[in-house]
Design a protein around this ligand. Structure first.
Ligand SMILES: *Cc1c(COP(=O)(O)O)cnc(C)c1O
Length: 229
């Protein structure tokens, strides 16, 4: 558990270094502690070390932890989300990073209206076109965003990607660069009700490169909590 605090300090110092290298303000990058499969004690340790943003990828687990964590904890839904689970988390997360079908967006819109909310979302893009991954192929994103823009109760804030697993983080630079470029292209369309300023990209193995390429959220799990059991 002591390690968690040390790890967070290390990650934060790496974030600052990468920002310097890229000429960015470190306030532009938000660290999300990915706490999936971790016990509540581990989340509390990270909380005590100053973390407020946590990423979970399973609805049930997120709901349990939501009840147990202090009120100012912010949960991000970063995993694949089924339509029938939208209702239960929609008022408990600050952002859904993984919107990748119109049906899911419509469900979020419908439930948001019932609760009088505007839900911030990111569009998940499968930049590397891996068969194993969720997310839209890059060429579909622009039209998709235009469709979502018409829905009430849901607000597109940016894009998210999960880069391929690699031992050499430099190999993922091209995917982060592509996601950034895609966001810039969509911004130029000036679609009403759409902001594509935020990029959720970079995990333990590649977050420094992601920051150099413009990440706004980095999602770090094992780099903070150690290996998941
Ligand atoms: C698990 C997970 C992470 C964190 O992965 P690490 O390699 O442990 O940092 C980030 N993003 C998503 C979507 C995840 O599911």
């Amino acid at each position: 558990m002591e390690r968690i605090k040390e790890n967070i300090l290390q990650v934060k110092s790496n974030i600052i270094k990468s920002c310097k290298k890229a000429n960015r303000e470190d306030s532009e990058v938000q660290l999300i502690a990915v706490s999936k499969y971790q016990p509540i004690e581990a989340l509390m340790e990270a909380y005590e070390a100053g973390c407020r943003d946590f990423g979970e990828n399973k609805v049930q687990e997120l709901l349990v932890k939501y009840e147990q964590m202090p009120e100012d904890t912010r949960f991000h839904m970063i995993g694949h989300l089924q339509r029938n689970k939208v209702k239960s988390i929609i008022d408990k997360v600050v952002m859904i990073h993984s919107v990748d079908t119109l049906a899911l967006a419509e469900e979020i819109s419908k439930e948001a209206l019932k609760k009088n909310l505007i839900v911030d979302v990111l569009i998940e893009v499968n930049v590397a076109m891996e068969d194993s991954k969720f997310g839209l192929s890059p060429d579909k994103v622009k039209d998709f965003v235009k469709e979502i823009a018409k829905l009430p109760g849901i607000s597109v804030k940016g894009l998210m990607t999960i880069a391929p697993f690699t031992m050499n983080e430099e190999e993922n630079r091209i995917y982060f660069h592509k996601l950034h470029q895609l966001a810039v292209d969509i911004k130029h369309e000036n679609i009403d009700n759409v902001m594509v300023d935020l990029l959720s990209m970079g995990m333990t193995g590649d977050y420094c490169i992601a920051i150099e390429e413009g990440a706004s959220f980095v999602r770090v799990g094992t780099g903070i909590f150690g290996e998941r059991s």
